[in-house]
Design a protein around this ligand. Structure first.
Ligand SMILES: [Mg+2]
Length: 179
């Protein structure tokens, strides 16, 4: 069984990482906690006039490399690998890819070890990738193919509007993957 796992959201805590850089780089500004996030794209949770500053966080050196790991993610991936599954990170880099591409690899190496970087798949079109499941926090994943995988929606406050998918997190994942 091939299990594809999105990086930002299921594994890397994008909101927590953003909030800590945001508070350091632009102290005193509006800051939106994870629980109060409403939109999949973080910048859409903020007023329009803050968006140029938000972009500065996304592109600052070290931002992607220093994202915290989502609680339970390391244990879950370890268990999947021990169960014999082919587990791969499947991630879409930013279109403006400096420093994101390199730092996504560094992040995986730092948190999961160098060996795990070898299976990484970076693509802007996940529908072209083969697999049984794709665990991803994005509500809709579209591309140029009809995907083979079932999209398991990694549960977050900002994707609650999506009703047509099975939801997964690092507490309930075994009930879904080992039915
Ligand atoms: Mg994601």
């Amino acid at each position: 069984m091939i299990i594809l796992i999105d990086q930002d959201g299921p594994l890397a805590d994008f909101t927590a990482g953003f909030n800590s850089y945001w508070a350091k780089m632009f102290p005193g500004r509006l800051i939106i906690s994870k629980e109060r996030r409403k939109n999949f794209y973080l910048e859409e949770d903020y007023p329009e006039d803050l968006r140029p500053l938000i972009e500065k966080v996304f592109f600052v050196e070290g931002f992607y490399r220093n994202l915290p790991v989502v609680e339970g993610a390391i244990e879950a991936i370890g268990e999947m690998i021990r169960a014999g599954f082919d587990v791969r990170i499947c991630t879409s880099p930013r279109t403006r890819y400096e420093n994101c591409v390199l730092e996504k690899y560094q992040w995986v190496e730092n948190n999961f070890g160098h060996e795990f970087t070898k299976g990484m798949i970076m693509t802007r079109d996940k529908t072209l990738v083969k697999g049984d499941y794709l665990i991803d926090d994005k509500p809709e994943i579209i591309g140029s193919a009809s995907p083979e995988w079932e999209h398991l929606l990694f549960d977050y406050p900002y994707n609650q509007d999506a009703k047509n998918k099975r939801r997964i997190n690092w507490k309930n994942w075994k009930d879904i993957i080992f039915p």
